[in-house]
Design a protein around this ligand. Structure first.
Ligand SMILES: Cc1cc2nc3c(=O)[nH]c(=O)nc-3n(C[C@H](O)[C@H](O)[C@H](O)COP(=O)(O)OP(=O)(O)OC[C@H]3O[C@@H](n4cnc5c(N)ncnc54)[C@H](O)[C@@H]3O)c2cc1C
Length: 405
């Protein structure tokens, strides 16, 4: 199969979305190619607990995403490594008294979500596809060109000269998707003027299985709970900040950075004793006008990127993957090619609305919390206190954020 270079589906990118799609399609009588530019790590993930061991990129997975990973038989391996259920969420406003608390008991669930290091998700999914007889893994291999799709297979060229053919080419190659660009997909995008600093930090007090989020005028700051060892307590932070503030914070010595962070979170978790190296990611909202063309589909970050303030990015991406896989497999039962436009349009119809809604909500939140005008600050605080006291409304919000609403 790999010698002929002919596939039913070729997936570009073996991040969370691409490897989940390959795993979803495996074992169904199709030939699948999975192409990943970065060399895939062979070694075991580090077992130690501590700042030097955590992956700086973590995801807050919803229960719905967990179910999908269970269906793909990847959750067992994630849980066998490490994940942390968070049962509570505290959100508050830096500029007033507004605070809102969410607890999983309010919706009779064991957890609001699960914090998992990204590399653990990818590793678990890849272990499902590596060695599968119906999946040819091209790695390291970078997409260099793609062409076609109208009633003929897509021609895919890799750097180094290798070429493949597929009935369907799926772009799971992330926010800066080359497939999207090469195939001329139009996008709507705007800069938030924010970058996000991510790092793991050690705390004086336990995080109490709580995700903490404070809205500052400069941007939202999240502390996501990580596993500890009983004596030591850790969180992963996502600190979204106006562009002009980021470089100074990155340049600080570790101790000075920890002091700034402690102040920004109002010392709610006590002292901050240390930080891993810090990384910064530009934040840009981007949404492809169409997710599909004949023979080509965009999924996850290739189709949409969203502000990380509600940690929904990969959760939306995994739902894209689930729906696209469902449509491809249903099409296969009918004898329809996976690249057929009508089939792909069904995928787009089923996903675009939900993705747009979540993107609009996150954008609205971000803008509302940036406002300094007194009436808006008042409204924010009253609104937060109000929502906190209305049980049915809160339950609805929680269920929606958990991917269950
Ligand atoms: C700071 C920050 C915090 C976040 N926190 C959360 C969170 O808590 N919860 C959540 O749900 N989401 C979160 N997100 C979003 C989440 O990280 C992304 O939605 C998710 O990683 C996207 O996965 P993906 O598989 O689509 O893309 P990626 O993870 O970007 O994977 C794309 C893959 O394609 C490969 N590739 C790229 N180009 C090529 C090419 N030409 N040829 C071959 N391979 C290629 C890349 O090497 C990569 O492996 C966060 C994002 C940021 C920036």
């Amino acid at each position: 199969m790999a010698e002929t270079g002919q596939y039913d589906v070729a997936v570009i990118g073996a991040g969370i979305a691409g490897s989940a799609l390959a795993a979803s399609l495996s074992g169904r009588g199709m030939r699948i190619a999975l192409v990943e530019a970065m060399p895939l790590a062979e070694e075991e993930l580090p077992a130690g607990i501590g700042l030097e061991y955590f992956d700086a990129r973590v995801s807050a997975l919803t229960p719905r995403s967990r179910r999908l990973l269970e269906d793909l038989d990847a959750w067992r391996s994630i849980a066998g490594y490490r994940q942390l259920p968070y049962r509570h969420m505290t959100v508050w406003d830096a500029e007033g008294t507004g605070q809102i608390e969410f607890d999983c008991s309010e919706v009779d669930a064991p957890a609001l979500g699960y914090i998992v290091e990204n590399r653990a998700i990818v590793k678990a999914l890849l272990s499902r596809v590596q060695g599968a007889p119906d999946i040819a893994l091209y790695n390291p291999a970078r997409l260099a060109a793609c062409d076609g799709g109208d009633d003929r297979p897509v021609q895919i060229g890799l750097e180094g000269g290798e070429s493949l053919q597929a009935d369907l080419l799926v772009a799971a190659d992330g926010a800066l998707s080359r497939v999207r660009e090469m195939a001329g997909f139009e996008t709507r995008e705007w800069d938030y003027g924010h970058r996000a600093i991510v790092a793991s930090v050690e705390l004086e007090h336990s995080h109490r299985e709580t995700a903490w989020q404070r809205f500052l005028p400069s941007g939202p700051l999240a502390f996501l709970p990580l596993p500890g060892d009983g004596q030591r307590h850790y969180c992963s932070i996502v600190w979204s900040l106006r562009e002009e503030l980021v470089d100074d914070l990155l340049a600080l010595e570790e101790a000075a950075f920890c002091r700034e962070l402690e102040q920004a979170i109002e010392g709610r978790l006590g002292g901050i004793f240390g930080s891993s190296p810090r990384f910064a990611f530009p934040l840009r909202q981007r949404h492809a006008v169409d997710y599909v063309q004949p023979g080509i589909a965009l999924v996850a970050d290739a189709a949409h990127t969203i502000h990380p303030l509600a940690g929904q990015g990969i959760n939306l991406g995994l739902q894209d993957v689930a729906v696209l896989a469902e449509e491809i497999l249903a099409g296969r039962e009918r004898g329809t090619s996976p690249g057929e436009l009508a089939l792909l349009r069904r995928y787009q119809r089923r996903r675009k609305g939900e993705n747009l809604l979540m993107m609009a909500a996150m954008d609205g939140f971000k803008r509302l919390f940036e406002q300094q005008a007194l009436p808006l600050r008042w409204l924010r605080n009253v609104g937060m206190r109000g929502v906190d006291q209305i049980a049915p409304l809160k339950q609805q919000l929680i269920r929606h954020a958990m991917g269950l609403g």
